[in-house]
Design a binder for this molecule. Structure first.
Ligand code: FES
Length: 102
């Protein structure tokens, strides 16, 4: 089980729990504002863009090359950017905090 906290653009904090699936799916299923998952999780829309808080980057790892290519098209990209559809939920992610980029 992993507890994941999202901070939306309105500074709303939403903490959710899951033990499988992607972070994007968890956010969409629970209506987290700003995470739309338009492409269904195939890394081709960037509507699931999040910024990992720096202290949690070691838990999430870095974006893959294909993910980075997609993120480059988004003007809110920074060194902490990830596509949440590419983040699989596991115990490793327990306690992380993600800022919704959109
Ligand atoms: S849902 Fe489209 S890139 Fe993540």
């Amino acid at each position: 089980m992993a507890k994941i906290t999202f901070i939306t653009q309105n500074e709303e904090e939403i903490t959710l729990e899951a033990d499988s699936g992607s972070v994007m799916e968890l956010a969409v299923e629970n209506g987290v504002e700003g995470i739309d998952g338009d492409c269904g999780g195939v890394c081709s829309c960037a509507t699931c863009h999040v910024h990992v808080l720096p202290e949690f980057v070691s838990k999430t790892g870095e974006a893959s090359e294909i993910e980075k290519d997609m993120l480059e098209l988004d003007d809110k990209v920074n060194e902490y950017s990830r596509l949440s559809c590419q983040m699989e939920i596991s115990e490793d992610l327990d306690g992380i905090i993600l800022k919704v980029a959109n």
